[in-house]
Design a protein around this ligand. Sequence first.
Ligand SMILES: [Zn+2]
Length: 113
Amino acid sequence: MQPIDRAALLAPHEFASEIERGRALAILDRIERSVDALCPLCARALVAQEIVESIVLGFQDTPHCHRCLAEEHGSTAAEFLTRIEGYVAAIACFRATWSIAAALGGRISLDPP
Ligand SMILES: [Zn+2]
């Protein structure tokens, strides 16, 4: 993955406050540190969106893959992705980093592994 150009990707005008932008910057740091980590449950390599998804769900220190997160929540992978995308879209720091993650470090795939 290319190093992330934070200043270009997270323009201050896209955020309501510097606090909100700071949260997005912290998420980008997490993505850079965690991408290519393995899911602790199934050992699959994680893509960048799964790092963001894990942060959304409170697994920032032990990111999990989408399939395992969906299963933990009693949901199918497709249903769970729809729910996560709805939640992410409503919160600026998640919305910004979700699309950056997809572009730079991998989008969640619903295809069979
Ligand atoms: Zn997994």
